[in-house]
Design a protein around this ligand. Structure first.
Ligand code: FES
Length: 91
């Protein structure tokens, strides 16, 4: 089945919280997938969509990193962490 993007990001010291550890209860693992790669991902489940609705700085290319399983086809997937580009709180 491969590994989840969340686990890989954390293993590489990326500041992705993933507070609920993939139980789809937090949305702190929100990432924005690059436009080239978004279409390569299997579509989000309804549960994931619902949770994304609650996340901050959501875009049309937002996904939960705990729901992305990396397989060989997804090699080289590029994502951005919303916090990294929007780190000015309360602008
Ligand atoms: Fe909580 Fe992904 S880790 S929803």
């Amino acid at each position: 089945m491969g590994e989840r993007l969340l686990d890989i990001a954390q293993a590489h010291g990326q500041p992705l919280e993933g507070t609920c550890e993939g139980q789809m209860a937090c949305s702190t693992c929100h990432v924005i997938v690059s436009s080239e790669d978004f279409a390569r991902l299997p579509p989000a489940s309804e549960e994931e969509e619902d949770l994304l609705d609650l996340a901050a700085n959501v875009t049309r290319r937002s996904r939960l990193a705990c729901q992305i399983w990396l397989s060989e086809e997804l090699d080289g997937l590029t994502v951005q962490m919303p916090g990294a580009s929007h780190n000015m709180q309360g602008r």
